[in-house]
Design a protein around this ligand. Structure first.
Ligand SMILES: *[C@@H]1O[C@H](CO)[C@@H](O)[C@H](O)[C@H]1NC(C)=O
Ligand SMILES: *[C@@H]1O[C@H](CO)[C@@H](O)[C@H](O)[C@H]1NC(C)=O
Ligand SMILES: *[C@@H]1O[C@H](CO)[C@@H](O)[C@H](O)[C@H]1NC(C)=O
Length: 392
């Protein structure tokens, strides 16, 4: 190359790099009309920011400054025209309408559908759920409620440093997704709030939940059918119902759950610790290759439990037998205190007994005494110190 040609090439590179940098864009919701006053409906400004970010040819950021923004139910719909990442940076609080009826039948409050490469950083979501919980507790006729944050049929999703308060229904739902990372999230609702699961995952693969604190009235994390390659680590649960795989096996034809790791989790005052639960109904579903490792139980009612006879009010379970095959479940290094005498309970299906259950270094006490274990239709092995004495 001649000197002149190299100069031209260098200049061209410089020019292209400059224009790419310049093309990275930020959409501030306030510039687009959102009001940080907590009372003006800002839904349209958020939807406009999304539409523009979604059409952007370069990486786009949606910025939500400090302040409280009232939002009705909003859906951020993909697919977007380019495959550039969209970052949503939230310094403020998003408020659900005070009247729960406004979003109570919408299913979801803030949802993302068919998106690829969206990450949310920071922010507080306030679902304002307490009036709806009170309506339900009073046995009145109430809307079912909306999930606060959900991702449907999406991939390459990140949620970091977000706080979710008082959802009407579930706090976060991941449904039909691949490659989702939730990190440094805090979820809080009353211990008496109904169906306020912290994070629900189903029909999804490659979901990771790290360094998260969940206090609710229902499951800390619930794992539905069709979940694989789920990794949960450094999570604190309580109050609430603990980590639950299931309920599985409601449907005859149902995708199973496999390759789930739950590691370094603390349960404090929860109803369950690590649970696998299936309906007492015919089904082809399964749960296999599950590892529960390094868990601490503090005053947990059912620290280790498999329940294959789930059937509230004995309705819709003709033979009281679950078809769900539970196999290769390992409990390793699980310590702490049980709030009831039976700390380990394997209540499996008589038609499809649980197999390949491994207990290794488990020590659970009740009132400073060794707790008890109870098994039906469960097979496997125990090694290391196992207390209560294994009944496998
Ligand atoms: C909000 O939910 C209602 C159903 O309750 C629906 O008709 C409406 O389209 C939703 N609004 C948005 C912006 O998604
Ligand atoms: C199990 O899931 C983890 C992620 O949670 C993944 O890294 C690993 O490759 C998976 N194993 C199999 C056999 O699919
Ligand atoms: C449900 O049925 C089973 C046996 O069919 C019985 O042992 C159990 O007590 C019943 N439970 C309720 C809540 O009715």
């Amino acid at each position: 190359m001649s000197n002149i040609t190299s100069l031209v090439v260098a200049f061209l590179f410089f020019f292209i790099a400059q224009s790419l940098l310049a093309a990275a864009v930020t959409y501030n919701v306030v510039t687009l009309g959102a009001k940080p006053d907590g009372t003006t409906d800002s839904s349209q400004a958020f939807l406009d920011a999304w539409t523009q970010a979604c059409c952007s040819t370069a990486a786009a950021t949606i910025y939500v400054p400090r302040g409280s923004f009232l939002l009705q139910n909003v859906t951020f719909q993909g697919p977007c025209t380019t495959n550039s990442a969209i970052n949503i940076v939230i310094d403020g609080t998003l408020l659900a309408p005070a009247d729960y009826r406004v979003i109570g039948n919408a299913g979801t409050w803030i949802s993302f559908e068919q998106v690829d490469g969206v990450s949310i950083h920071g922010g507080i979501l306030d679902g304002k759920g307490s009036a709806l919980w009170a309506c339900k507790a009073a046995g009145k006729s109430c809307p079912v409620g909306a999930t606060s944050l959900s991702f449907w049929n999406s991939k390459n999703i990140g949620v970091t440093g977000l706080t979710s308060l008082n959802s009407q229904l579930f706090h976060i739902v991941i449904n039909g997704c691949q490659n989702v990372k939730v990190q440094g999230v805090r979820i809080t609702a009353s211990r008496k709030s109904p169906n306020t699961d912290g994070i629900h995952v189903q029909l999804s693969s490659g979901v990771t939940i790290l360094s998260t604190r969940i206090a609710t009235g229902d499951d800390c994390v619930s794992v539905g059918p069709g979940t694989s390659n789920l990794w949960i680590q450094d999570v604190a649960c309580g109050p609430g119902h603990g980590i639950s795989i299931g309920s599985l096996g409601w449907d005859l034809e149902e995708e199973g759950v496999q390759n789930v790791t739950v590691k370094t989790v603390t349960f404090t005052g929860t109803q369950n610790g690590v649970r696998i639960k299936s309906w007492a109904r015919p089904s082809n579903s399964f749960a296999k290759n599950i590892l529960f490792q390094d868990a601490v139980m503090v005053n947990v009612q059912n620290p280790i439990v498999i329940n294959q006879h789930y059937c509230p009010d004995n309705k819709s379970c003709p033979d009281q037998v679950s078809g769900v095959r539970v196999s290769d479940v390992t409990y390793q290094d699980i310590h702490g205190t049980s709030a009831t005498e039976v700390a380990v309970k394997f209540d499996c299906s008589k038609e499809y007994p649980c197999s390949g259950i491994i207990l290794e270094d488990v020590k659970l006490t009740y009132n400073s005494q060794p707790a008890e274990a109870s098994c039906s239709n469960a097979g496997g092995t125990a090694s290391g110190l196992v207390q209560p004495t294994s009944c496998l």
